[in-house]
Design a protein around this ligand. Structure first.
Ligand SMILES: *Cc1c(COP(=O)(O)O)cnc(C)c1O
Length: 391
């Protein structure tokens, strides 16, 4: 059966060039970069080259990149590390209602430990307003954390404007750029952010590797305690092969950025056009396709049917997608993101997230639209509420 993967925001396949660069670090180049003999130095060299490649992708200095085990760790570190470092200055943090759980659940943890958190509302397309941020800043505010691109509905936040507001009040600014990396041009110097989270497996690199950009001089405490790795800022023997893979993936992402964005956008727009031509009762959630939206993201509500049912029937046809957020799709709670956008519960239930990427083709989209049209028709025939008021 034909297989079509349309869940690039959940994870991406590791590119062949990336795997090829990683393999030697599992076999002959297995030295510990902290060791002082030859094998250690070779690993250390690889580590530093990867750091430079990741730094270059976001226009940072390589000394500002600290590797972590994933994007989630980078988010936890930014929030808890700044909260620790600045607890004498204040106990207030500002974030948004549509952040990834790596941010929201860390904020909840900090609330249990004496911090106060303001969760900013977003508009119907998912945008955070710089004016609302300005109004929320207090004397006790130590950190603002607003994501760069939303993982469910693709909203690309005005991070530069938001960071400028924080800076004008002397408040540090963190952005979760895990979805934005490789999909939106990122220049940390131009954006004016103090911290930025990244993850390798969303940019065709391996799982289990991420990084936190820490602007030189920005106040943050350590999160992992132990050895002297990562300039004594993040202890633990480095996942060298993973980091090598992240470095290669970052290099490819930088070289292919324009082509990748163009390819994703073209197929995403074609997909949405074909859905609208073939299926009635559909609604796009998040910004319009011509707006400030992640180039590969399509989040669609189908009237009268359950997103889960669509997902399972697409899966039976070899097509992988997700409903709402991949991370919450195992729970029955509606998506906190769609909820914050004001999507009514009836539409929320019928929502599917499709995300395209480098290996998606127009033939894939044609196949998916054919299958999807049949599935939606069949499910609506079975739906007891089709056409009824209240849906
Ligand atoms: C995937 C994702 C994360 C988590 O990254 P991991 O490397 O999987 O831990 C955090 N934030 C956003 C926006 C994401 O999409």
């Amino acid at each position: 059966m034909k297989q079509v993967y349309l869940d690039y925001s959940a994870t991406t396949p590791v590119k062949e060039e990336v795997v090829q660069e990683m393999i030697p670090y599992y076999t002959e180049l297995y030295g510990n970069p902290s060791s002082l003999y030859g094998a250690g130095l070779v690993a250390k060299e690889g580590l530093e080259q990867a750091r430079e490649r990741v730094a270059k992708l976001i226009n940072a200095d390589s000394g500002e990149i600290r590797f972590t085990s994933c994007g989630t760790e980078a988010d936890n570190w930014a929030l808890q590390g700044v909260a620790d470092a600045l607890q004498k200055k204040g106990n207030h943090i500002i974030t948004s209602k549509i952040e990834h759980h790596a941010i929201l659940h860390t904020c909840e943890y900090l609330q249990k430990h004496g911090f106060e958190v303001t969760y900013l509302d977003v508009d119907s397309e998912g945008f955070v307003s710089p004016a609302a941020l300005e109004a929320a800043i207090q004397d006790s505010t130590v950190l603002v954390s607003i994501m760069m691109a939303n993982n469910e509905v693709g909203t690309v936040e005005p991070v530069k404007e938001l960071a400028a507001v924080a800076k004008s009040h002397g408040v540090l600014f963190h952005t979760d750029a895990v979805q934005a990396l490789g999909n939106v041009p990122i220049d940390v110097k131009d954006l004016g952010v103090d911290f930025l989270s990244m993850s390798a497996h969303k940019i065709y690199g391996p799982k289990g590797t991420g990084a936190l950009y820490i602007r030189k001089g920005a106040a943050i405490h350590n999160f992992m305690h132990g050895g002297a790795q990562e300039a004594k800022k993040r202890a633990g023997t480095e996942n060298i092969a993973g980091i090598i893979g992240f470095g290669k993936a970052a290099e490819l992402a930088r070289e292919n950025l324009d082509a990748h964005i163009g390819h994703s956008q073209k197929l995403r727009d074609y997909f949405w056009q074909r859905i609208q031509e073939n299926i009635t009762g559909v609604q796009l959630n998040g910004p319009g396709t011509a707006g400030r939206r992640h180039p590969g993201n399509l989040n669609v509500s189908f009237d009268y049917i359950e997103g889960e049912a669509i997902l399972l029937m697409l899966d039976a046809n070899g097509i992988s997608v997700s409903t709402g957020s991949a991370c919450s799709s195992k729970s029955l709670a509606p998506s906190h993101v769609l909820d914050a956008l004001g999507v009514p519960i009836t539409k929320m239930n019928g929502t599917v997230r499709f995300t395209v990427g480098d290996f998606t083709t127009a033939e894939d989209i044609d196949y998916v639209v054919d299958v999807l049209t049949k599935i939606v028709g069949r499910l609506r025939e079975l739906s007891p509420v089709t056409g009824q008021e209240g849906w």
